[in-house]
Write a protein that binds this ligand. Sequence first.
Ligand code: ADP
Ligand code: 5GP
Length: 186
Amino acid sequence: MRKGTLFVISGPSGAGKGTLVSMLTKSLDSIGLSVSATTRSPRPGEVDGVAYFFLSNEQFDEELAQDGFLEWASVHGNRYGTLIREAERTLAEGKDLILEIDVQGQAQIKQRYPDAVSIFIEPPSLSALEQRIRARGADSEESLQKRLEAARMELVAKERYTVLITNDDLETAAQQLIEVVMSYRD
Ligand code: ADP
Ligand code: 5GP
């Protein structure tokens, strides 16, 4: 069985990671997205076990105590982590695995899996990022400001990534992402 490649995708909130990853997984077979655990509340329409596993702080602590995370980090005031059992399930099927995680998580994965391919999705500008977060309509003004502040710091980390994709035109960026993943297949 072909051994899957581990891809880490990061970028500021609102850069378009979720949109691009969904276009990628619809376009290619043999690729799986790890569903992370988080202590943040679900946004309207987000289903438990699909968008995230929504955990209480106590449940997250329990996972931590049982060494259940491949990596985890505090982002925008909530905790997020990749569950080892979720990641292993996809890799055991011989599929490529995508972790859509923040820059702190990428640093942990880089230590643990030096062969992982990291892809940074950047917005064309900070003002475009703000417009996208507003257009998504899911964040309060406070949450929006937190995300914009974090974006400035996250953008500095883009140098640590294997591949940089600017998500200006959506179709172009999606095609670039698909080509990157394809380039690691035989
Ligand atoms: P992330 O997962 O990085 O937080 P999303 O995928 O939720 O970002 O995208 C944020 C918003 O921006 C969504 O409303 C999405 O439809 C929109 N969006 C994504 N890519 C583009 C693009 N290239 N041009 C314009 N809007 C975009
Ligand atoms: P959101 O709340 O917008 O869904 O995600 C906020 C941030 O958390 C994004 O930067 C996203 O990549 C990051 N994130 C989501 N899941 C994980 C995870 O499992 N681990 C880490 N380190 N970050 C995550």
